[in-house]
Ligand binder design. Structure first.
Ligand code: NAD
Length: 256
């Protein structure tokens, strides 16, 4: 018996680097997974590569109508989701002098509105879960950058900090209402990904950037997407049944 057998997961931004690793790991542990992304071509092809344990569902996380349609489609096809990973995210490096109001709004829409709507729909769909079943779980992707401001990232850091307190608030609400739902935030550090490589300084190389970044944590390497996927799979499982409301860094200790 695998840790997540019988569970239904919906992962947003699932066509991306971390999203793909998360979906694969959840399936390895027995879950059925809805691969949700705004990029239908990439998400559809990825879902197909996963076989019968996965389906693609189109989702724009910034739209409540899109969320309702996606959750309805998944509930009909697989069953009501009991694991929701709010993973879709957006980062555009631009310091306060470079960033436009449009940059700020796009970041806040995808990272902030998207996670808010995910939590709202997640609670709606999971709140009737009887206590005799495993808890519903909502996992929000914040970031190590949600703990400290960074000069090139005023919008991204603000959006990821917002996700941490959104997580706490939703977890406290679920607790107060007696819902069988846990809500946690995962804070990845520097993970080998397209998003990380957006941070390579002008004129620098990837190798130089990775070598330097590896010295900024206690493990001495760049994180792998699988490191985040492993943590998320643990948090989704009953092994984490006494964990809710808090931050879970996956950053090699870079924020200690
Ligand atoms: N990569 C890192 O080092 C790192 C570190 C900390 C936190 N994170 C967070 O982890 C998450 C995943 O990061 P990643 O590196 O895999 O990013 P990525 O850019 O590879 O993937 C993001 C995915 O989100 C999708 N997406 C964008 N806008 C969307 C929308 N409106 N609706 C639905 N889907 C949308 C994209 O199509 C893409 O597939 C993000 O929330 C990111 O902020 C990443």
């Amino acid at each position: 018996m695998t840790k997540l057998s019988g569970r239904i997961a919906l992962v947003t931004g699932a066509a991306g680097v971390l999203g793909q690793a998360i979906c694969k790991k959840l399936i390895t542990e027995g879950a059925k997974v809805a691969v949700a992304d705004i990029d239908a071509a990439k998400g559809g092809a990825f879902a197909q590569s996963l076989g019968t344990a996965a389906m693609f569902v189109p989702l724009d996380v910034t739209s409540e109508d899109s969320w309702r349609a996606a959750v309805g489609t998944v509930s009909q096809a697989l069953g009501a989701p009991d694991i929701l990973v709010n993973n879709a995210g957006y980062l555009k490096p631009a310091n306060i002098e470079q960033a436009t109001l449009a940059d700020w709004r796009k970041t806040m829409q995808i990272n902030g509105d998207g996670t808010f709507l995910g939590c709202k729909l997640g609670v709606e769909v999971m709140k009737a879960r009887p206590k005799t079943l495993s808890s519903g779980v909502i996992i929000n992707l914040s970031s190590a950058m949600g703990l400290r401001g960074r000069a090139p990232h005023p919008a991204y850091t603000a959006s990821k900090a917002a996700i941490r307190l959104l997580t706490q608030s939703v977890a406290k609400h679920c607790g107060a209402e007696g819902y069988n739902i846990r809500v946690v935030a995962v804070l990845p550090g520097a993970i080998d990904s397209d998003m990380l490589r957006l941070n390579i300084p002008a004129g620098g190389t990837k190798d130089e950037f990775y070598a330097h970044t590896s010295t900024l944590n206690l493990v001495g390497r760049i994180g792998r997407p699988e490191d985040v996927a492993n943590a998320i799979t643990f948090l989704a499982s009953d092994d984490a049944s006494f964990m809710s409301g808090t931050d879970f860094p996956v950053d090699g200790g870079s924020t200690v």
